[in-house]
Ligand binder design. Structure first.
Ligand code: COA
Length: 355
């Protein structure tokens, strides 16, 4: 039976290191608060006007393509996961195609909007295409350039200190080797709490969802004419064009859903937590990863964490962490690797791979 495997992997983070102390210069926060609550020590920001989400993705992709032993011309499908695209439209898939110089119009490009679980969702899509024999070299990228869209005042401190920029990429290819490849992927969603972690404005909602929920929430339309509703002056003046997060609510959901979705993948494939060689969780918060590790009774050497260095890079976080672990020799042929993610939507997902 045809299965899919990760044939090449790469990551790229910008050189600019922003420490917690750097952030204390622009907002009321402390290194101690950030480290204690999140584990984050520093994150990377892309230099202004020099990088975009798609250029970060292209740099990671070029490494993945080379390591997969293929030429860029061999890529037959592109999947790009991000919540911070260069443009509202078109998506980063076609921009990365252009950036990499892939000129063939036989290549399809798909953009997905699954935030923190975007990479694992993307892997599931790539897996389906490869298993059916439709594509042989699917380039899957998860990338974020958060630093351009965060609120660098004290008002935004609960969100801003968490996020960083970076990209990871893989080439998903067919394998017929017994037991190797993606064993299963598990995808979930629950739209009930969509606004608990959301970047609401600009958008085409017109306040609809808040009215429906019966909440008296200002969604930014006091005097807007119909054609002006996408982005109003009121939104800009009142700092309503930044991400919004109810941190404690998100935390509680995350620590419940991560173990659930990991166990689901393990149970389906007849494995237990002890069989995992490496769990690569989405890097949301070190406290969340530690909770998951404890719940599943995993040893330290079974879990890869790098949020200390990069913060939460959303769609980039799982492939960056996986690539770093691979480069460190922690992901070897025959290893059972578990990827898991939870984030805005809410959406959550896991993947189990035999490397
Ligand atoms: N620096 C200093 N103080 C801060 C701060 C910052 N960066 N951000 C918030 N605070 C303050 C708050 O204003 C609040 O002050 P108050 O008690 O005077 O009102 C206090 O710290 C506690 O805020 P709270 O939001 O309850 O903190 P917390 O312990 O829940 O930690 C998060 C906040 C965001 C770190 C935590 O909730 C979290 O990590 N949640 C999950 C987020 C996540 O994973 N998101 C991505 C999902 S993929």
């Amino acid at each position: 039976m045809l299965r899919s495997k990760i044939g090449g992997i790469g990551y790229y983070v910008p050189d600019w290191v922003v420490t917690n102390d750097d952030l204390t210069k622009v907002m009321d926060t402390t290194d101690e608060w950030i480290q204690e609550r999140t584990g984050i020590q520093e994150r990377r920001y892309a230099p202004k006007f020099q990088e975009t989400t798609s250029t970060l993705g292209a740099k990671a992709a070029a490494i993945a393509i080379e390591r997969a032993g293929i030429r860029k011309e061999d890529v037959d499908f592109i999947i790009f996961a991000t919540l911070s695209p260069d443009y509202y439209f078109p998506g980063c898939g076609v921009l990365v195609q252009r950036e990499l110089g892939i000129t063939s119009t036989e290549v399809g490009a798909l953009d997905i909007r699954n935030q923190c679980s975007g990479f694992v969702y993307g892997l599931s899509i790539a897996d389906q295409f490869v298993r059916t024999g439709m594509y042989k070299n699917v380039l899957l990228i998860g990338a974020e350039l958060h630093s351009m869209g965060l609120d660098f005042t004290t008002r935004g401190r609960n969100v801003t200190v968490i996020f960083g920029d970076g990209a990871g990429a893989v080439v998903v290819q067919p394998t017929e080797k017994e037991g190797q490849g993606v064993l299963t992927t598990k995808l979930h969603s629950d739209g009930t709490y969509a606004e608990k972690l959301a970047f609401i404005n600009p958008g085409c909602h017109g306040g609809y969802h808040s009215k429906k929920m019966g909440e008296e929430v200002d969604f930014g339309y006091p005097d807007a004419e119909y054609g002006e509703m996408f982005l109003t002056q009121h939104m800009i003046d009142n700092g309503m064009t930044y991400p919004n997060m109810e941190g404690q609510f998100v935390f509680k959901m995350a620590v419940q859903k991560f173990p659930e979705v990991i166990m689901e993948a393990l149970n389906e494939t007849g494995n237990s937590p002890a069989d995992i060689d490496l769990l690569v969780p989405h890097q949301a918060n070190l406290r969340i990863s530690q909770f998951v590790q404890k719940r599943l009774r995993l040893r330290d050497d079974q879990v890869w964490n790098n949020i200390q260095k990069y913060g939460n890079t959303t769609a980039g976080s799982v492939p960056i962490a996986l690539c770093e672990a691979w480069e460190a020799g922690k992901v070897k042929e025959g290893d059972l690797i578990c990827l898991a993610a939870f984030g805005s939507g809410f959406t959550w997902a896991s993947a189990l791979l035999r490397w």
